[in-house]
Design a binder for this molecule. Structure first.
Ligand code: AMP
Length: 211
């Protein structure tokens, strides 16, 4: 099965994709993580994406589709969860072309802007392994320290309040276009993004469990 998880920044797409990967053995493809990893290097790609990522803007479709092509060249089989990709109708069409057909499900995790701001201002990420924590819903056992690798937790640069607002506005602008794209393929489902990580996981897996 191939699914895409969509939702505003902070809706828990990454956490839910990670759960599918760790618990159920899915392959997890996150353009955001790949880009953040890339930014730690001084590559030509890093130079061309840095401005977009740090200001909450979108990286051009060509670069994103190049990442997807490279990834799919090595991971075609089995269950794949796409997290934070596609983000534009152009990327959605590009992904269908790369897959040679459509996805099984496009699942939208729904949250309001106020809920997003509340969540993201409490988000901390491990500088080494990338594990994400949230002071409200998933706090680390020891403040400021990663449970998994014991490295220091840091705030994401693009989680500054003005950048969050820009990212949410951009999401709203493109959300309906993506919704329509996948609605035409009859593969859209929406799930409530409030509640615990387990609650949301159960709502997501119910999408194919009940089909
Ligand atoms: P995320 O971790 O998915 O919120 O992504 C962090 C940032 O990376 C976004 O705010 C964008 O600047 C960039 N990004 C990630 N995925 C994409 C994508 N599919 N298309 C364009 N930009 C992306």
């Amino acid at each position: 099965m191939k699914i895409v998880l969509l939702g505003p920044p902070g809706s828990g797409k990454g956490t839910q994709a990670q759960l599918l990967a760790n618990r159920d053995g899915w392959t997890w493809f996150s353009t955001g993580d790949i880009l953040r990893h890339e930014l730690k290097r001084d590559s030509e790609r890093a130079r061309s994406v840095r401005g977009h990522v740090e200001t909450g803007g979108l990286v051009p479709d060509e670069i994103i589709l190049e990442l997807a092509r490279d990834f799919l060249a090595g991971h075609r089989d089995g269950n794949i969860v796409f997290d934070g990709f596609p983000r534009t109708p152009g990327q959605a069409a590009g992904l269908d072309l790369l897959l040679g057909g459509r996805l099984d499900w496009a699942v939208f995790i729904e949250l309001t802007e106020a809920q997003v701001i509340e969540r993201l201002t409490g988000r901390w990420v491990c500088g080494r392994c990338g594990e994400t924590f949230n002071t409200a819903v998933h706090p680390p056992r020891e403040q400021g320290i990663c449970d998994r690798c014991r490295d220091k937790l840091v705030l994401r640069l693009d989680d500054a309040p003005d950048v969050i607002k820009a990212r949410f506005a951009l999401y709203r602008q493109l959300r309906d276009q993506l919704y329509d794209y996948y609605a035409r393929q009859s593969i859209v489902r929406t799930v409530d993004g409030t509640g615990s990580i387990e609650d949301i996981h159960a709502r997501i897996t119910a999408v194919w469990g009940s089909s």
